[in-house]
Design a protein around this ligand. Structure first.
Ligand code: FE
Length: 139
């Protein structure tokens, strides 16, 4: 993991779109079935839209039907952090980026094998990098 990123909320507002800011920094949620990665299954890497840290790979993405992009595991166990969330009259586990602390979504225990977990992530919290682009930039 790269060094942690700490910015003021004013600095985040400048870097992010209003929708990204609302979700990543104010723990918002995009409406179900509206995010750009909900029905998107190209091979590649999903990074944190706030700081660029790699978070998820397309190999662990699956169609949950929940209305949000769903993954059964993060790219590395320490790429994300879990926090108890008792908001909205529910008991859930919030997921944040371990590098910049931005809100990504929640994790639930109704996912597929091998983990049985469903990382339910807002599209607006992710930026996608396709595999061919990654190979080009690596060479
Ligand atoms: Fe981040």
């Amino acid at each position: 993991m790269d060094e942690k990123i700490k910015l003021t909320e004013t600095e985040w507002r400048v870097r992010l779109t209003p929708e990204q800011y609302r979700i990543l920094r104010e723990k918002g949620t995009e409406r179900a079935f509206t995010g750009k990665y909900e029905s998107f299954f190209e091979p590649g890497l999903y990074r944190c839209a706030a700081c660029g840290q790699p978070l998820f790979e397309s190999a662990t993405k699956y169609h949950s039907g929940s209305g949000w992009p769903s993954f059964y595991a993060p790219i590395e166990p320490d790429a994300v952090e879990e926090h108890g969330d008792h908001s909205a009259f529910m008991v859930r586990t919030e997921i944040t980026c371990s590098r910049c602390g931005s809100h990504l979504g929640h994790v639930f225990e109704d996912g597929p094998q091998p983990t049985g977990l469903r990382y339910c992530i807002n599209s607006a919290a992710l930026t996608f990098e396709s595999t061919p682009e990654r190979q080009k930039s690596d060479s």
